[in-house]
Design a protein around this ligand. Structure first.
Ligand SMILES: NC(=O)CC[C@H](N)C(=O)O
Length: 192
């Protein structure tokens, strides 16, 4: 059984906790630096990246989290979590963890009303179609040569991996499909 931290400062962290537990692993709500010592991987949930970014500072956890990720802690950022990981954010000076060689565009599809769901096969992740929920989602507008493209939707980059870091524009935790959570657990188990 693995211990998966879910950053629990703001946003849809409960849903990730449920998915991790559904797969038989221990899920821990992360709010304190010392908790980072005792986990095998961490998920950064969807929410509001500006709020989570500020709370990372307020809770004094940002620098320790950056160090852990740079030392190889497997991390998965979903939606706002992807924004937190990015080196650059289109049309915005503020950046947060700056650990992943991607440039993201926030609210890339428009407002809440432009949210949508698609079901597609993600090569290398699953043979069956996976439901992908996009809610005021970002997408990647540029990425480094060291970043592996996992999936595009309508030509836009929505899932990538860079060594121990996984980023998706969409929210698997808001579906009943555990495929991406299994993929991340395999990363944690170093099977991928
Ligand atoms: N569902 C989400 O996580 C939305 C992300 C949010 N629009 C942001 O820019 O931070």
């Amino acid at each position: 059984m693995k211990k998966i931290g879910v950053l629990a400062l703001q946003g849809a962290f409960k849903e990730h906790i449920n998915m991790v537990e559904l797969l038989g692993h221990e899920a821990i709500e992360i709010r304190k630096v010392e908790q980072l010592e005792d986990i095998d991987g961490i998920i950064l949930p969807g929410g509001e990246s500006t709020v989570i970014g500020k709370l990372l500072d307020d809770f004094g956890i940002k620098e320790a989290l950056i160090d852990k990720i740079k030392c190889g802690l497997p991390v998965w950022g979903t939606c706002a979590g992807m924004i937190l990981l990015a080196n650059e954010i289109d049309n915005q000076e503020d950046v947060y963890l700056r650990v992943m060689n991607i440039k993201v565009k926030r609210n890339a599809y428009g407002s809440q009303l432009d949210s949508f769901i698609v079901k597609e096969v993600v090569k290398g992740v699953s043979e069956k179609e996976i439901p992908m929920v996009f809610i005021r989602a970002p997408y990647i507008v540029d990425m480094g040569d060291d970043v592996e493209l996992l999936h595009r939707v309508d030509g836009n980059i929505v899932a990538v991996r860079q060594k121990n870091m996984l980023a998706t524009s969409f929210h698997p935790e808001l579906t009943d499909d555990t495929t991406f959570h299994e993929y991340f657990i395999n990363m944690v188990n170093k099977k991928l």
